[in-house]
Design a protein around this ligand. Sequence first.
Ligand code: TMP
Length: 232
Amino acid sequence: MTLSATMTARLASVAMRDSSAWTTHLPGKFVVFDGPDGSGKSTQFRAVADAARGAGVETIEVREPGGTKIGEKIRDVLLDPANTEMVTRCEMLLYMASRAQLFEERIQPALARGAFVLADRFISSTLAYQGSAGGLARTDILAIGDIAIGGRWPDLVVVFDVDWATAQRRMSRALDRMEQKDADYHRRVREGYLEQAREQPDKYLVVDSTAEPETVIANLTRGLHDRLCSRR
Ligand code: TMP
């Protein structure tokens, strides 16, 4: 077992400890984990997916951009550092194209049969990156997003909040085209997520992700419990 697999197993066991109530509300739900680059959301994503499966819930994991054969090709175009000339409108529409394919091919059928769908990024990313940071109108993104997903919006968006300085320290690998954008862009991305959460407090859950992973997952499972168990 690698070090990160050990960590994920430990986190999943914390999630399991507190999972008896909230996991019963997962079937048929669509939950998004989102946040700035370097927020550590992928570790938490793994732990919650493992906890859901451990509780016997059929769990479908998807990631954006990508998650389908066509989507992975779009992802390569989007993240290739050589594509320096890509304009923000093209960027936004490519993310939406990948999403439309993912939604119809994988998300929609899974929700229809009562599975739990956990997505790593969704329209909340487009609102933060191409909207708040890139300058595109929020209303345009929402309208095109609604077409891409046929009006089936997520039940809950969890935002893992981190400042850019902490995030950068966590990203030791080579940075992709989006991650290479400047600090001011990433500051606007973060503010964009927080603004979305302020506007739709019932749909968003913000988790401070600067703490140790065990603390983050404990806060996350508490938040999931509060959100999922208080509504049907
Ligand atoms: P990832 O590194 O989490 O796989 O995400 C890929 C990059 O794409 C990340 O920098 C965020 C960015 N992104 C957008 O700019 N807009 C979007 O709609 C999505 C889904 C991701």
